[in-house]
Design a protein around this ligand. Structure first.
Ligand SMILES: C[S@@+](CC[C@H](N)C(=O)[O-])C[C@H]1O[C@@H](n2cnc3c(N)ncnc32)[C@H](O)[C@@H]1O
Length: 235
């Protein structure tokens, strides 16, 4: 089916830095993410060597590559060719034959084969405005088997709109001093201004409306990050 004229261009909304090979080369140091706890959580939910995982907005593939030893099939999806080049080269270096790299996004990835047991996404959904998030979450539900799990992390605001000023100021005040080792106040300000982080009290009904039951929700004390473990309802 042809893409409608009004469909969002995901690459144009991906954040220009994610398309820049120099930024991507320094990404892991900057992000400093440890995916061990998420992998343990997924194993604890019964995922094993028979399961399929799709990582949407995989970035340099931290979770996807770590999951390759525990899952039968891992699909690492991102709109950024520079990010996927890193995932591909690391998968080859490590001899991980069960990691597939797909250049696509929330709104374009077409899952093939058996439905996924897990969709994972960390800090990527905020690239879409809310209208598109709702469509993206429906698409995620459709690629999962009934009972399948969505593990979602994102920059999401859990404060009320009237408290936004002090909450964002406090967040920026605790930002990294140097961009090599974290996100600086200027980068976080750009995030608030130009990207599409939403409120938890909008995202949570959106998840439910897309067909998910939220089994666990964690809101960080800063009020600027949330993580969800959701199960796709239905049989
Ligand atoms: C902040 S990085 C997070 C990467 C990785 N998930 C992590 O936690 O380290 C955001 C990633 O989302 C990707 N991205 C942006 N828009 C996207 C979209 N519409 N669909 C899929 N990925 C997208 C970017 O290219 C980038 O790799």
């Amino acid at each position: 089916m042809p893409t409608p004229e009004w469909w969002l261009d995901e690459t144009a909304h991906a954040g220009p830095e994610h398309l820049d090979a120099d930024y991507v080369a320094g990404y892991d140091r900057k992000a400093g993410t440890d995916f061990t706890a998420d992998l343990a959580l997924l194993r604890g939910l019964g995922m094993d060597g028979a399961s399929t995982l799709v990582d949407l907005g995989t970035g340099t593939g931290g979770l996807a590559l770590a999951a390759a030893g525990s899952f039968r099939r891992v699909v690492a999806v991102d709109v950024s060719p520079a990010m996927l080049a890193v995932v591909r080269s690391r998968a080859a270096e490590r001899g991980l034959a069960n990691v597939e790299c797909v250049r696509a996004g929330f709104l374009t990835y077409a899952h093939e084969g058996a439905p996924a047991d897990v969709v994972y996404s960390r800090n990527a959904l905020h690239h879409l405005p809310d209208f598109w998030k709702a469509i993206a979450l429906r698409r995620v539900a459709a690629m999962l088997r009934p009972g399948g799990v969505l593990r979602l992390h994102d920059l999401v605001y859990s404060f009320d709109a009237q408290d936004a000023g002090p909450a964002i100021d406090a967040w920026l005040a605790g930002a990294a001093a140097r961009p090599e080792v974290g996100w600086t106040a200027a980068e976080l300000a750009t995030h608030v201004r130009e990207e599409h982080s939403t409120y938890t009290w909008l995202l949570e009904p959106m998840l439910e409306r897309a067909g998910f039951e939220i089994r666990e929700a964690t809101h960080r004390p800063s009020g600027t990050y949330a993580a969800y473990t959701c199960v796709r309802a239905g049989r």
